[in-house]
Design a protein around this ligand. Sequence first.
Ligand code: ADP
Ligand code: MG
Length: 365
Amino acid sequence: MEIVLQNLTKIFPGRGKSSEEVIAVNDFSFTLPDGKLVGLLGPSGCGKSTTLYMISGLQKPSAGRIFFGEDDVTDLSPENRGVGLVFQNYALYPHLTVKQNILFPLQNLRGADKLSKKEMIERAYEAAKLVQIDELMERKPSELSGGQQQRVAIARALVKMPRVLLLDEPLSNLDARLRLQTREEIRRIQKETGITTVFVTHDQEEAMSISDLIVVMKLGVVQQIDEPQAVYDDPTNLFVAKFLGTPPINVLEGRVVGEKLYIGESAVMDVPGVLDQEVIVGIRPEGFVLDANGPLTCKLSNVEVMGRDISVVSTHESSLNPTVRSIINADNKVPAAETVSYSLKPHKVFLFSKEDESRIRFEVK
Ligand code: ADP
Ligand code: MG
């Protein structure tokens, strides 16, 4: 089921006399493709949940429309949209068993949708199998781990065979290992069922690893929509470049003169087609090549061993962050010295306007 968002906007009135209204979601137009998993990504408060709640029907848009396929669902109540919702806190009924929790949404079906007892049990077991908790059906939620509880919540969302599955930070309450495992699980379930899914998270790594497409948001405004790797490799502005990647991108002050990029006094790279100007330079940690004669020289602080890679921590007076961090294959040796010199991989270096932090493109040979 394709989801079409048309100029979707949500404005919350200010609380109290002097406070200003909040544009939580600002004119969001986008088609979420059928059968895909779309990650909504951005820092806390950027409008992810509000977008999800409008898709679910829990919140009414201030403007704009929402379509599921051909159906305009904008004025439909949540029950009539055919959505499955999963929140951060699993919100299971504590006094009911796993089975009863999963059955619950089916027992409220009325009219043509009403199922026989046998059909309900079959559906509940199907959903439970899908999330691999069919062995735990007689337990109470308090007898389950956090990961198992979240699976029950997902089974409960799936049991009605929703047209759309909406997940709001579903992994936030799990510990690191369970988080990894459960996100793989969600991906598997999504692929198996083919349900169009929206996955909200503030965790860029999570969004990158699970999504077919990611939507990066900032203060209610969509910044970029693309496949995860494309957003990482080709960020549209400094905000997006900084939001994606661990360790994060290095940010330095630079200057373009005669189609050469200068950091400090050194010309570090050719940037064909860029006009003379001051710029902000973003260098991905993997964009540095150890090179004794390289043009970018930093003051060496520390070398961190990470097994497969090493991370070289240094400083540079043009850096806008406290440190410059590179990631180098552990086969390399960093010479013990006061400084470390690099050449740069041009496709890992991005230039941004000092005025509005938008991307300034150059030709990479
Ligand atoms: P996110 O899920 O990305 O953290 P939200 O969608 O929850 O962000 O919130 C977006 C913005 O809207 C925030 O500034 C938040 O304070 C505001 N907001 C959310 N819900 C309400 C509400 N019910 N009343 C007023 N402001 C709200
Ligand atoms: Mg939220």
